[in-house]
Design a protein around this ligand. Sequence first.
Ligand SMILES: [Zn+2]
Ligand SMILES: [Zn+2]
Ligand SMILES: [Zn+2]
Length: 361
Amino acid sequence: MKWTQPLAIPPHHLPPLSMSSCSKSPANSGEVAGSNSMAWVKMFKKPGEGLKKSYQPGSMLSLALTKGLLNEPGQNSCFLNSAVQVLWQLDIFRRSLRQLSGHFCLGDACIFCALKSIFSQFQQSRERVLPSDSLRNALAETFKDEQRFQLGLMDDAAECFENILERIHLHMVSDTATDACSSKSCITHQKFAMMLYEQFVCRCCGASSDPHPFTEFVHYVSTTALCQQVDRIFGKNERPRSDMFGELLQAANSTGDLRSCPSDCGQSIKIRRVLMNCPEIVTIGFVWDAEQSDLTDDVIWSLGPRLNLCGLFNRVTDENAKRSELHLVGMICFSSKHYSAFAYHTKSSKWIAYVDHLLVP
Ligand SMILES: [Zn+2]
Ligand SMILES: [Zn+2]
Ligand SMILES: [Zn+2]
């Protein structure tokens, strides 16, 4: 029998551990839909006025409340378990979900009910390891027609994470138009959504394309492009400053996105991404472009524990977003065809790793 078990490790041990376990892309498994699957999810929590509050004694999740999730042979539930563990460790998400009850229920296929049930067991059960079957079943039932997240099959943790968020939106507002959601009870949009628009503006003649507005819950960045930018800006021997992580991600995200000027002035111009709101949680998905990547060390090299939104986007319009700095609190890593989750436990200032252990029956 296999299960995931929380394990406290000192923070300085984390990056090598998490990254060395990250050397392969999920596409490796051969069962994952889409070749562009990503290996990582990172969460950044907005400190702002919430920081003091979250550091108050007793307000944080206790390590004693940290439980593992079962992943028995053949279940291949590590992608789901990792997503659930990271969601549970996000204080903002956990507390907000607890306050919600009314929703459009889908009975046995209700992802909302299944997630609520796991969270209440995390809080109340005396067991150290719990099954995630109800959520696994609800997810499989919900995505039956698309043949995604089906029972027994491995899938992509970051896509699972994103889809759980999208489903919560649907359970709250029952509206498929996800871009214009302003429901106060929709945690997905209130806490996670990045409201953006993209536009090409020519610095030479001033011509611009029509702005393209959209909403995203996970901001994807190519690891290849990220490492190219690190090489370009710093060379091989200099380590990027930790406060430059946002800028590096932005540079990586705009490489290759060149178009010719809409007024045909002959210039090639870059895309600009403008953030219009202030998300409380920002999730970055790293896309590994090759099945076997030798970029693992370079990606570790570029990582910073803090992220500012003005660095991440070309322009930020919200005043709070301009001032906020986000802190890394969780990640999901893929290695040896297996996902593990890591979460920063603010009360003890420790990283917690959810790693599979083998139990001989
Ligand atoms: Zn329900
Ligand atoms: Zn919503
Ligand atoms: Zn032009």
